[in-house]
Ligand binder design. Sequence first.
Ligand SMILES: [Zn+2]
Length: 179
Amino acid sequence: MSIEKLIFQLLENVGENPKRAGLVKTPARVARAWKEWTAGYAPFPHSLTLFSTNFDGIIARKGIPFASTCEHHLAHYSGTIDFGYIPNKQMLGISKIIRLIQHYCARLTVQEDLTKDLVEKFEVAVKPKGMIIKISAFHSCESSRGVSMPNVPTITFLATGIFKKEKHLVDQFYHLLSS
Ligand SMILES: [Zn+2]
């Protein structure tokens, strides 16, 4: 069954009239929106050109906005991602870091697994010496229902490789983010 038909039925099931003027185009609109929200199941649409480098310091991106869809409620959650890595002779263009992250967010996820998945995707592609990622997000499934807590972010954090072995690098990363 198409998404359009499913949404038509959903509208009927919640007690709406899907044929009223305000809703008549909603199923098609929702179907288009779901294509965007799940675009991350398609292959990554950009080339992942790696550049050689001798730089062995931290490359960080701060406050990357993202949105994903919670696999438990099909509700959206969004927030920001702080991301850093230390290259091992090769690096990715800085805008590709953001595209890579946003691509894999466009799937059904839970924040904890998303954190790990993003690290794994990047590690496979770039093979850095280590990576660090912090995701801070607000979940609409929590703010709009259930415990109804609108302003409590969920924070997940993961450090791998050299960031795991040498804790001072984590401090350095946070120092960078605060500047
Ligand atoms: Zn949820």
